[in-house]
Design a protein around this ligand. Structure first.
Ligand code: EPS
Length: 367
């Protein structure tokens, strides 16, 4: 149901992103943000720093400062209602790493369909427009959407790593664990599981391989009524946003795929009155019924595949020579992208929710 080109998302709150991994910069324009939201670069920088590369032994060693500059849409410390343009500069590109990939196809990567679709005009350096670096642009918009939701509706979105490869979190997540999400570089709020996950990522790196994993997202404080029937359901819009994150291959809400194995009487969330308010005893619906929020926490899980760029030798084809070839991918890649992705998932969820809050009249044009 997209009505805008592939670099924009949203209807009332529209994020357009631009830039390539090895170009001059990456950036975003957020249009439709109400006037009167207090905003400074630090509000965006905090979330960008949680995603920034080169900070840990379990991430890429590409060293980027990722210092955001707000170019428009903010006056005297508040948004004006005009488009907010933001930029970060690329400083640490090493494009020679990608020479071999001009002709040897990188298994598991977008290089191949991009080359065919754009007849070789695509910027292949660092994956160009398809690079994980572009998730910084989602965070630029998402940080503002998150702040808007908090200020206008007291809605809070939190994402954390719940699984890396086969290592899953042992403890059940509760809101008390929110301050611990960023207590380790894996971004898993269970410190014992985080240590095992970290060891697994370092092991994959030693084996010249990579790992995938799972991120869980919880949003509290949502009113009843966000979301539109049929094509504008919250699930469809959140899924569309989540699949704009490179390496995402699956998403489920509430009991999700496991729910398909249970019965109606097990999966139904029965209603209950608590302090005069309607709630449900369980939350298998993940906070959404009929595509519309029900006032319970919104919960989703996002599956990431193992990062495709690995130094281990793999068979491929060389399209120039027309022969079989062997490829060991060069570059400074993440052995697992998942620990850097919680702020990105938070961003996408917040952008979609803020868009629906504006669409449904829950937030007006001026705060
Ligand atoms: C720079 C970032 O991630 C990059 C994403 C990426 C890729 O192929 O997706 C490849 C690596 O960069 P390079 O092309 O320099 O080897 C990562 O470092 C970032 O996330 O900011």
């Amino acid at each position: 149901m997209r009505s805008v080109p592939g670099s924009s998302m949203g209807r009332r709150l529209v994020l357009t992103t631009f830039g390539e991994s090895h170009g001059k910069c990456v950036g975003a324009v957020l249009d439709g943000c109400p006037a009167g939201l207090k905003l400074e670069e630090g509000d965006i920088q905090g979330m960008l720093d949680q995603r920034r590369p080169g900070q840990s032994a379990i991430s890429t060693q590409r060293a980027e400062g990722d210092k955001v500059e707000i170019l428009s849409g903010v006056f005297r410390g508040s948004t004006t209602g005009a488009p907010i343009a933001m930029i970060i500069w690329n400083r640490d590109q090493r494009s020679t790493d990608y020479e071999e990939l001009k002709t040897k196809l990188r298994p598991g990567h977008s290089d191949y369909p991009a080359m065919i679709k754009y007849k070789g005009h695509n910027d292949y350096r660092g994956g160009g427009r398809f690079s994980g670096r572009l998730t910084a642009t989602l965070v630029m918009g998402g940080a503002i959407a998150r702040k808007l939701l908090g200020a206008a509706l007291d809605v809070q979105t939190h994402s954390y790593v719940s699984q890396i490869g086969k290592v899953a979190m042992g403890k059940r997540f509760t809101e008390k664990m929110i301050p611990d999400i960023y207590g380790n570089d894996v971004r898993c709020p269970d410190p014992e599981a985080a240590a095992l996950m970290r060891a697994a990522i370092l092991g994959a790196r030693r084996d010249m391989d990579s790992l995938g994993g799972m991120i869980e997202s919880v949003t509290t404080g949502l009113p009843v009524g966000l979301g539109e029937p049929v094509f504008g359901s919250l699930e469809s819009d959140i899924s569309s946003g989540v699949f704009s994150i490179p390496s995402v291959k699956g998403v489920e809400f509430g009991s999700g795929f496991a729910g398909s194995e249970s019965t109606g009487s097990q999966n139904n969330d029965t209603f209950v009155l608590r302090d005069g308010a309607v709630q449900t005893r369980t939350n298998n619906a993940g906070g959404i019924l009929g595509g519309i929020s029900i006032g319970m926490p919104l919960t989703l899980r996002v599956a990431f595949k193992p990062a495709s760029s690995i130094p281990r030798e793999q068979p491929t084809v060389d399209i120039k020579s027309g022969k079989d070839a062997v490829l060991s991918v060069k570059g400074r890649h993440d052995p697992c992208v998942v620990p850097r992705a919680p702020p990105v998932v938070d961003s996408v969820v917040a952008l979609v929710l803020a868009d629906h809050a504006l669409l449904g009249g829950f937030i007006g044009p001026v705060l």
